[in-house]
Ligand binder design. Structure first.
Ligand code: PLP
Length: 396
């Protein structure tokens, strides 16, 4: 008998199988977590093309990066996240990572090994599905805090603050810095201030996941508000950054994990322990994508161009939200669809039930996740009309 006879069949990870199998030529895929242009095509940013051409033309060698990656990249990534005048920059331990997921994983492992309190991390309910898996596999216990209200289709601040207050003091809280996935619901700046105060009062530790900086509002500084505010209030946060969405570098796997330390000596110690964690996982990270990102972040002209392109992507998404709502209203839908335009970032949480999502797929060839989340990046000026009709037919 075979060695692997005990291996159980796991559930499928992707939702794209049914989409692929559908032969209807006007089928719509709203399941993907990647930006598409208005023709529904994958998009390589012109600033990325230019930076990549420069990287290739410079004929650099392919030697290994250090354990913590390409320094020109990590330095610039820190400035982008924390701000160029941030007090955190000189006391920041930072490492390049395998995109945002890898940053979360290093962070989980670092906390599991070194966090002085209970090794429990609270993630929002709901959250990106991978959060719980990443943190559990890193050795942390995963709990949930209330975040979203199904009644208002918005933030449930009261319940969220209640859960922050009720958690064992000194727990770890994971926050989506902006463009919350899957709900598209972000706290306002005033709400962040209340959240910060509650976190501080209970001595909790804040871990930020910033996978969409610039992608939410179109402004990289505005989207970094929560991260910078917590730092300004004295929190030694840690942060996972991804350049998958805001630079469209998905498959290049460009990210960073950083820990704000109290001082230089703490930074040196934390840095040494991050290296000890990374070395046996993958020795050192890939260099090509990090060189592209570094080229953009460190070349003023390219940086300006990139800021414009991030804003264009964010604006297209904001426009598609408005068009979807408008089309639903034109069809005569009596529901209040303002959550579609109030939400922000790549995803809209429609409030459709799993049954309605099933019906969208089976009867209208519109594919997304069962939780009612649709990727607004998959909506185009051409398919938005048909999408609105399909939603109107299943929901009214
Ligand atoms: N965090 C959140 C909330 C995300 O939505 C994603 C991607 O969808 C990630 C992290 C990590 O993505 P990546 O590993 O591609 O950077």
């Amino acid at each position: 008998s075979s060695t692997w006879r005990n291996v159980a069949q796991g559930p499928p990870v992707r939702i794209t199988e049914a989409f692929k199998a559908d032969s209807f030529d006007k089928k719509i895929n709203l399941g993907v977590g990647a930006y598409r242009d208005d023709q529904g095509k994958p998009y390589v940013l012109p600033s990325v093309r230019k930076a990549e051409d420069k990287v290739i033309a410079s004929r650099m060698n392919k030697e290994y990066a250090g354990i913590t990656g390409v320094p020109e990249f990590t330095k610039a990534a820190a400035v982008l996240a924390y701000g160029k005048d941030s007090s955190a920059l000189d006391r920041l331990a930072i490492t390049q990572s395998i995109s945002g997921t890898g940053a979360l994983r290093i962070g989980g492992a670092f906390l599991a090994r070194w966090f002085p309190g209970a090794k429990t991390i609270y993630v929002p309910q709901p959250s990106w599905a991978n959060h719980a898996a990443v943190f559990k596999d890193s050795g942390l216990t995963v709990n949930k805090y209330n975040y979203y209200s199904k009644d208002t289709l918005g933030l449930n601040l009261e319940m969220m603050l209640g859960d922050i207050n009720a958690a064992y003091p000194g727990s770890i809280f994971l926050f989506h810095a902006c463009a919350h996935n899957p709900t598209g619901v972000d706290p306002t700046e005033e709400q962040w201030k209340k959240i910060e105060a509650a976190v501080k009062a209970k001595g909790h530790y804040a871990f930020f996941d910033m996978a969409y900086q610039g992608f939410a509002s179109g402004d990289v500084d505005k989207d970094a508000f929560a991260v910078r505010y917590f730092v300004s209030q004295g929190h030694d946060i840690c942060l996972a950054q991804s350049f998958a969405k805001n630079m469209g570098l998905y498959g290049e796997r460009v990210g960073a994990f950083s820990v704000v330390c109290a001082n230089q000596s703490e930074k040196a110690r934390v840095d040494s322990q991050i290296k000890i964690l990374v070395r046996p996982m993958y020795s050192n990270p890939p260099i090509h994508g990090a060189r592209i990102a570094a080229e953009i972040l460190n070349t003023p002209e390219l940086y300006e161009q990139w800021l414009g392109e991030v804003k264009e992507m964010a604006d297209r998404i904001i426009t598609m939200r408005a068009l979807l709502k408008e089309n639903l209203e034109k069809l005569g839908s009596q529901h209040d669809w303002s959550h579609i335009t109030n939400q922000i970032g790549m995803f809209a949480y429609t409030g459709l039930t799993p049954e309605q999502m099933d019906q969208l797929a089976k009867e209208h060839s519109v594919y997304a996740t069962k939780d009612g989340r649709i990727s607004v990046a998959g909506i185009t000026s051409e398919n938005v009309g048909r999408l609105a009709e399909a939603i109107f037919k299943v929901k009214g």
